[in-house]
Design a protein around this ligand. Sequence first.
Ligand code: DC
Length: 223
Amino acid sequence: MIIAIDGPAASGKSTVAKEIAKRLKISYLDTGAMYRALTWKALQTKVDLSDEMAFAKLANDAKISFSESLIDGRLHIKTYLNDIDVTKEIRLPRVSNSVSIVAKVPAVRKAMVKIQRELAVGKDVVAEGRDIGTCVFPEAEHKFFLFASTEERARRRCVELKDKGHDIKVSSLEKEIISRDTIDSTRPNSPLVKARDAHVIDTTEKNAEEVIEEVLHVIKGEN
Ligand code: DC
């Protein structure tokens, strides 16, 4: 079984997808982390952000893997690029600010989608991203599209980053989110768009548990 959870930046996908994976005892796939890992590498190696050929090479040479552990009842995921743990680095603001540039390159997407499909072979998976229900797993049994107001998403990101020791203004997070949404949803290659058969949830005024319950109701066919 594949459960696809798509939506714009900070719409609550990760929190919900991880908890669904935990409760249903299935695998979790964070596809955004893969684009972030490549972006981190591009920044590390000082690849010019307009050099699409270099991104393509990076993507084709990349080995991306994940490990999962339960800590205090919560699912924690580590992301590895070529066996290096990049879990913390990929959440840095400089990565967030550039990731959409890397993710819109067709050769990068092709390489990442191939890995995403391989990672799901023979497994039950909840996968989150932008194009899961439309492109990566169009045959997914369950598709969800989460969204929330820009203000609320920026506020959530701000709290999340504060917890990790980064003090970034809500206004600059709002700008970053709007810029990413624009690039992600206007790129020609598998843009962020709701799948026709997705169940849409506006998370603006809902807490995580309410969204999780709604997702579980739909999966169990109780709606
Ligand atoms: O979900 P996230 O914020 O970690 O994703 C980071 C970026 O990666 C996002 O701005 C666009 C890109 N992305 C994508 O293009 N396709 C996906 N399936 C997942 C993420």
